[in-house]
Design a binder for this molecule. Structure first.
Ligand code: IFM
Length: 474
């Protein structure tokens, strides 16, 4: 845990109109996986396959938000939330990933949106947060080009029905995770381990994004369209040429492989060279770059930690038979821990990294309106005997990251809002229910919601439009 400084006085005020949000995702909270005509998603199949999710947990019930959404919206209103980022479950809207929209699915999201608007909360829709219809995976999934077209068709149909009440549309959440955790490492659905497939998936996710933005914008010039990426500063552990080269590769795969085609219209040449041994370019077509680089109205940034990497004992040339982790760079073997405090995920707490990510985007890719679409921390919270949930580490984590964001704004970054991950404790993917990221504690046996101290802190901060300058300085 860090040190606290004396109270300095004053308030770090954020700009007028700054969005004070929370974010969630469909499979992580909705439950009701077999209701309202919802089809099977890759996460249903993956979670129901032995050995994939800790404790055999599934999203079958999750936070039962499908039935409790009214109470959850009321809770958000109590917490001073001005903006709510949530995702639509594609298989609830198109059970097989194609064709007419399912009326019951549409009705659910329509009711949720009405409830939000009635509570004066701005809805932010994410069209894809990892729950691909299983039927599309059966036809090859994201490594297949057709999935990009199916996604654009789904997006355009849904947008047509909800655009009268939703102005903020994000196509994808963290396509790096969909591509590399899902198709290369197999730690996420659909659980495949095929390096080349992961790169094709990444390309088709980006293509689907571009086609979807084109389709939605053709019908609607007024709404804002964007995408959310998980971004990290990647630093070499030392100044050796080997470490600097590894940092370049990992930055290439985790950040620039997505940022460059979206915002510069081409893949980074060094990354294409790096992956040439495992990938031919036959899936890239002439017009793709232009489609992917549709103008964006905003970029969503999900920030959790920094990667400090070392070459270690790895070979310097990647080959298809290497462990995937050594070239997607998410494994501990290339990461150096610096002895900083960690969250329950084992991720080092590094608020300066948020400032670095935001200022880098502004400097190298800007100007573009930015939103922190996710930031938050898991800690092993419990309800005390007096019914309170005390989570000082989370308060500290959030205060420090808000300060870093405030500094980025002071340094000229066009940051317009901040969504805390997440409203409710929920299904944390391969970790099941063992990791608690929520501002609100969920008792999964009773579905009782208990706002944590951090929820009250968030409410105070959102209502004040900023935070006390003396709060939690490392
Ligand atoms: O829970 C996830 C979320 O679905 C995507 N971003 C990271 C979060 C924490 O791991």
């Amino acid at each position: 845990m860090g040190r606290t400084s004396p109270h300095l006085g004053g308030v770090l005020r954020f700009p007028d109109g700054f969005g004070w949000g929370v974010a969630t995702a469909s499979y992580q909270i909705e439950g009701a996986v077999r209701e309202g005509g919802r089809g099977e998603s890759i996460w249903d199949r993956f979670a129901h396959t032995d050995g994939n999710v800790l404790g055999g947990d599934t999203g079958d019930v999750a936070c039962d938000h499908y039935h409790r959404y009214r109470d959850d919206v009321a809770l958000m209103a109590e917490l001073g939330v001005t903006d709510y980022r949530f995702s639509l479950a594609w298989p609830r809207l198109q059970p097989d990933g194609t064709g007419e929209l399912n009326p019951a699915g549409l009705d659910f999201y329509s009711r949720l949106i009405d409830e939000l608007l009635a509570a004066d909360i701005v809805p932010w829709v994410t069209l894809y947060h990892w729950d691909l219809p299983q039927r599309l995976e059966d036809s090859g999934g994201w490594p297949e080009r057709d999935t990009a077209h199916r996604f654009a068709d789904y997006a355009t149909r849904v947008h047509e029905r909800l655009a009268d009440r939703v102005q903020h549309w994000s196509t994808l959440n963290e396509p790096w995770c969909s591509a590399f955790l899902g198709y290369a490492e197999g730690r996420h659905a659909p659980g495949r381990r095929d390096h080349a497939a992961a790169f094709r998936a990444a390309h088709h996710l980006l293509l689907g994004h571009g086609l979807a933005v084109q389709g939605m914008r053709a019908n609607d010039r007024d709404s804002s369209f964007g995408i959310t990426l998980n971004l990290y500063p990647v630093d070499p552990a030392s100044d050796t040429e080997q470490d600097r080269d590894v940092a370049r590769r990992i930055d290439g795969l985790m950040n620039r492989l997505f940022l460059d085609p979206l915002l510069r219209g081409s893949y980074p040449a060094d990354v294409l060279d790096d992956v040439a041994p495992v990938l031919d370019a036959s899936h890239l077509q002439a017009d793709d770059a232009e489609i992917i680089s549709q103008p964006l109205d905003f970029l969503g940034v999900n920030y959790y930690t920094r990667h400090v990497v070392t070459a270690g004992p790895q070979p310097r040339v990647w080959t298809p038979d290497q462990p995937t982790s050594s070239w997607v760079g998410s494994a501990d073997m290339v990461q150096v821990k610096r002895g900083l405090p960690t969250t329950d995920m084992g991720w080092e707490v590094d608020p300066a990294g948020l400032h670095e990510v935001l200022t880098r985007l502004h400097r190298e890719y800007g100007p573009i309106p930015l939103y922190v679409t996710e930031n938050g921390a898991a800690y092993p919270d419990g309800v005390d005997s007096d019914g309170q949930v005390r989570d000082p580490e989370r308060v500290r984590y959030l205060a420090e990251h808000f300060r870093a964001a405030h500094q980025a704004i002071a340094d000229g970054v066009d940051l317009r809002g901040y969504f805390v991950w997440t409203l409710l404790d929920n299904f944390e993917w391969a970790w099941g229910y063992s990791k608690r990221f929520g501002l609100v504690h969920v008792d999964y046996g009773t579905q009782r919601r208990t706002p944590k101290d951090s929820a009250r802190w968030f409410a105070r901060t959102a209502r004040a439009g900023g935070l006390d300058a003396g709060e939690w300085v490392r």
